[in-house]
Design a binder for this molecule. Structure first.
Ligand SMILES: [Zn+2]
Length: 173
């Protein structure tokens, strides 16, 4: 099932999400629907708050691996290590059509749980590292525009406002 993606400035995108404690069928169904929604929107990551669920998990696919597919489910992520620095262009399904260069850590090590509650650790660099940081930010109510210099952030906000007035940007609360 395709879910509605909440868009900036929706309130739910600003809430700190809660830890997942039950690894049940409801969670599995939501994860499956989030994958379907992410692929349909041609995104590479989608966090639960973006579909209106204030819980700490997300799905992603950095398009590496066999047949350019590498679906991953990350639940209750905790960063164990962060190092280096990289500046790359970034966008977000919740602020469609807006892009900016965002500074991120180059390498990260993250502890997380899979859909059954098993603990895992992933070490990531470059693109995958960036997705993990962007999606984890969503769980704390942080958007990529918050990581930009003030002037750049204001430019994007103004542009979104203009697009809303022109009917060229849909706000999903
Ligand atoms: Zn995003």
């Amino acid at each position: 099932m395709i879910l509605e993606i909440k868009t900036f400035p929706s309130e739910i995108l600003r809430k700190k999400a809660e830890e997942v404690t039950e690894f049940n069928e409801e969670l599995h169904l939501l994860l499956d629907n989030m994958f379907e929604t992410m692929y349909q929107a041609k995104g590479i990551g989608l966090a639960a708050p973006q579909v209106g669920v204030s819980k700490r998990f997300f799905v992603l696919d950095d398009m590496s691996g066999a047949e350019n597919k590498n679906p991953m489910e990350i639940i209750n992520p905790v960063f164990l290590e962060k190092e280096g620095e990289i500046l790359e262009e970034e966008g977000c399904l919740s602020i469609p059509g807006e892009y900016a260069y965002v500074k991120r850590y180059m390498n990260v090590k993250v502890k997380y749980q899979d859909r059954f509650g098993n603990e895992k650790i992933i070490e990531a660099t470059d693109r995958l590292s960036r997705i993990l940081q962007h999606e984890s930010d969503h769980l704390d109510g942080t958007l990529f525009i918050d990581r930009l210099p003030n002037t750049k952030r204001e430019t994007i906000k103004k542009h979104v406002k203009k697009r809303i007035n022109q009917g060229d940007y849909q706000v999903n609360q």
